[in-house]
Design a binder for this molecule. Structure first.
Ligand code: GDP
Ligand code: MG
Length: 796
């Protein structure tokens, strides 16, 4: 047989099988064979000879007017219909199971290749017209046969110079472009067909081929019509490669002449005649073996084989990868060869242990299957602690739900029938406790989130092996879920306790607690500088005036604008007061530095100079000013003053008390307008002499109340921050200890004690059907790959 060789066919068939059926989408990717050349050079004839079939329209003038993409598809002999052989006109007896199909007529099998030829002609006319026009829209023809390679061949219209018939003026350019598109593909083998009876230097085929394949690597030169050369001339120089270099060489052929075609000369006969021609021709007889269609087919065989060999290492590597992957997948289903009841226990124990350690390693972050897409396991828990819980705590505003009115009411209630003397500490206590409660909701949410995360982990920590036993897997998850649920209670109530503990004792002695003094400073520092400056200026003026008065009246302690001090001073002057007064004096340098020293003096009607203790020393104290002049009761009489001395000893305090004082005296607007908005309650009594009775009906918060409210707010915020910090620290620790670590510690034992029971084994080891099938498929695939590898080994 002159067409592509049987050996190649066999190997390619095996490989093709392997590639299509085992490797899948990948293929041997055999090259396309494209014939190019000028019109009537003999392209279609050459193509026919290669295929070994007689089905292409040939003739003089333009015959091929659309690209013909001919796909040869190898089929098993028994795939064909048994009674189709009779329809062949040119078929030999052996070729009974061949048929052709056109893409434009899907489903219709052409068993007569004469019909194929006619269909090509009519389909060409349908699209390209009846009169010489060409069309770039290809005709797709598939030939199914046990005797062909899975190969694509392309027949193209020939190049012409002069437009004839319907042809447009640029017919040459159009054809050239069309041909170039097909031969430009690096995977195409170019059959550059040149007729021997035309000078090779005029060969359009070689010109085109050289353009896309300048080194002549994939171009086969085909010299047709060697029989039609002028007498006395021969193509020896060309055929021996001396005229035009091509790696794959030039091959001379003799196709059937037009006369032969019209006479229906069988292909076999024509090939025999060709053979005779070369063997007996005086010029070619020495190279006869390298001439003719047979040799052309052989050359193409070799070229294809080389191509396949080049592809083999890739295919082999791919096959190895697939084998490795399949082996791995198979291993993931676990050892299939456990059998007998005695092995079931250890099997379950092994799966259980794997599950437990998967659970633990997910939490610890040592799992081998760590996702890069989202946080999981332990990292999620960390995220809950730090980002979710942390920011939930951060966003709590400890005083936003407390109105000034609430605070004032608390202050009033906590002082009882008596006005408050010092910082309304009881009110602070009363108010801060419910605020601490605000921490409970996020804390409990934190516990829940971690619990939910652990549940999620136990659902995802199973292996493929485990998925083979869905019932065992479900049971394992159930037991771990139960364990986690069990731990949720203790963890949650411990967290509840943590909050209660914080509420049980308000430790105002905490080193980080702001304290009344700093709170006051804080409040004061919020005040506008402008106002402060104005105050200072006013006090300075007053002091001046007073000094003048003092000078005049010798011992006149009271100035008109200080008259509320009168009388109140008389009852005071206990030892405690003096003690505090001393503290105050010792600080006055600092006070002066603040520029408020003069203020103290002015407000008190005294000089602030520490060097002047004098008889009025007790009245000099800032306490007098801050706590009011009602101070008939000594500090010990106040509700809970124990922590006060500590705070008042801070250097910032005096300036604060003074400023309060001065503002009270002057009825200045309160610090915060929002604080004095409540008009309904007249504020008086508590402040004793500070507020005259005549002002009983004043609707808003007094300056002092505003200040106290502000102060309480500052204290609550400060204390709340201490508690918040502590809770932010303790809750995660508690959750880790009581919920996470505990579950990790006991999970293995719990699983064993719950599930390692002889009676359960049967049920637990029920194998999932789908997985079973999957595994069997996997085993089969691996077997196929092994066989494929053997085939490749043989070819190489
Ligand atoms: P295409 O246009 O290149 O496809 O050329 P065809 O295959 O249709 O052939 C054109 C004409 O040349 C046909 O009549 C063929 O019979 C004839 N022909 C092709 N090759 C040879 C050959 O080697 N010898 C002879 N005598 N005629 C040939
Ligand atoms: Mg043709």
């Amino acid at each position: 047989m002159a067409s592509l060789g049987d050996d190649l066919l066999r190997v390619v068939n095996q490989l093709q099988d392997l590639v299509f059926n085992t490797i899948g989408s990948d293929s041997l990717d055999l090259p396309q064979i494209v014939v190019v050349g000028s019109q009537s050079a003999g392209k279609s004839s050459v193509l026919e000879n290669i295929v070994g079939r007689d089905f292409l329209p040939r003739g003089s003038g333009i015959v091929t007017r659309r690209p013909l993409i001919l796909q040869l598809i190898n089929v098993d002999e028994d795939e064909s219909e048994p009674d189709t052989n009779a329809a062949y006109r040119n078929a030999s007896a052996a070729r009974r199971s061949e048929w052709a199909e056109f893409h434009h007529i899907p489903g219709r099998r052409f068993t007569d290749f004469g019909d194929v030829k006619r269909e090509i002609e009519s389909e060409t006319s349908r699209v390209a017209g009846n009169n010489k026009g060409i069309n770039r829209q290809p005709i797709n023809l598939k030939v199914y046969s046990p005797y062909v390679l899975n190969l694509t061949l392309v027949d193209l219209p020939g190049l012409t110079k002069v437009p004839i018939g319907d042809q447009p003026a640029d017919i040459e350019k159009q054809t050239r472009t069309l041909i170039s598109e097909f031969i430009a593909k690096p995977n195409s083998i170019i059959l550059a067909v040149s007729p021997a009876n035309v000078d090779i230097v005029n060969s359009e085929a070689l010109k085109l081929a050289r353009h896309v394949d300048p080194l002549g690597r994939r171009t086969v030169g085909v010299l047709t019509k060697v029989d039609l050369m002028d007498h006395g001339t021969n193509a020896l120089d060309i055929l021996s490669g001396r005229v035009y270099p091509l790696k794959l060489g030039f091959i001379g052929v003799v196709n059937r002449s037009q006369h032969d075609i019209q006479g229906n000369k069988p292909m076999e006969e024509a090939l025999k005649a060709e053979n005779e021609f070369f063997r007996h021709h005086p010029a070619y007889r020495n190279i006869a073996t390298r001439c003719g269609t047979h040799f052309l087919a052989k050359t193409l065989n070799q070229t294809l084989m080389t191509h396949i060999r080049e592809r083999l290492p890739d295919i082999k590597a791919r096959l190895n990868t697939l084998m490795g992957q399949t082996q791995q997948e198979l291993a993931s289903y676990g050892d299939m060869h456990f059998s007998g009841k005695e092995h079931r226990g250890s099997m379950i124990l092994q799966l259980m242990t794997k599950f437990a350690s998967g659970f633990i390693s997910s939490i610890d972050g040592t799992s081998t299957e760590i996702s890069t897409k989202e946080l999981s396991g332990g990292a999620r828990i960390y995220y809950i602690f730090n980002s979710v819980f942390g920011s939930a705590l951060e966003t709590i505003d400890p005083t936003s739900n407390l109105s000034a009115l609430d605070i004032r009411t608390a202050i009033r209630n906590s002082t009882g029938p008596r006005p408050s003397l010092f910082v309304p500490e009881m009110a602070f206590d009363l108010l801060v406790k419910p605020q601490i409660k605000l921490l409970e909701i996020p804390s409990q949410r934190c516990v829940e989130l971690v619990y939910e995360e652990l549940i999620k982990i136990c659902h995802t920590c199973g292996s493929t092996e485990l998925s083979r036993y869905p019932r065992l897997q479900a049971k394992l998850i159930e037991v771990v879920s139960d364990l986690l649920r069990e731990r949720l209670g203790p963890a949650s109530s411990y967290v509840e306790s943590l909050i209660s503990i914080q509420r049980a004792y308000i430790n105002t002695n905490h080193p980080n607690f702001l304290g009344a003094a700093a709170a006051m400073s804080h409040v004061v520092s919020n005040k506008q500088d402008k106002e402060r400056k104005r105050l200072i200026q006013e006090e300075r003026e007053r002091r001046e005036r007073r000094r003048m008065k003092e000078l005049g009246e010798a011992n006149g302690a009271e100035t008109p604008d200080d008259n509320e001090d009168a009388g109140t001073e008389k009852g005071e002057a206990g030892p405690a007061r003096k003690q505090i007064a001393k503290g105050s004096r010792s600080m006055s340098p600092a006070v002066r530095e603040n520029g408020t020293g003069s203020l103290t003096a002015a407000v008190n009607g005294r000089s602030a100079s520490p060097s002047r203790p004098g008889p009025g020393g007790a009245r000099d104290t800032f306490l007098t000013y801050f706590f009011g002049k009602d101070g008939a009761s000594p500090p010990g009489g106040a509700g809970a003053p124990s922590s006060l001395p500590r705070h008042v000893s801070q250097s910032v305090e005096p300036s604060f008390s003074q400023s309060i004082r001065s503002r009270e005296e002057k009825h200045r607007p309160a610090l915060s307008s929002s604080l004095i908005r409540e008009p309904e309650t007249p504020i008086t009594g508590e402040f004793g002499a500070v507020t005259p009775f005549s002002e009983n009906t004043e609707p808003a918060l007094t300056d002092r109340e505003a200040m106290e409210t502000e102060l309480i707010r500052a204290l609550i915020s400060s204390y709340f921050n201490i508690v918040r910090e502590s809770i932010a620290d303790q809750v995660p620790k508690a959750v880790m200890h009581l919920l996470v670590n505990h579950s990790k510690d006991v999970v293995q034992n719990r699983l064993v004690s719950e599930l390692y029971k002889e009676a359960l084994f049967e049920e637990l080891l029920y194998e999932d059907d789908a997985v079973k099938k999957e595994r069997e498929k996997c085993e089969k695939l691996l077997q196929t790959y092994r066989e494929a590898a053997k085939i490749i080994g043989e070819v190489l």
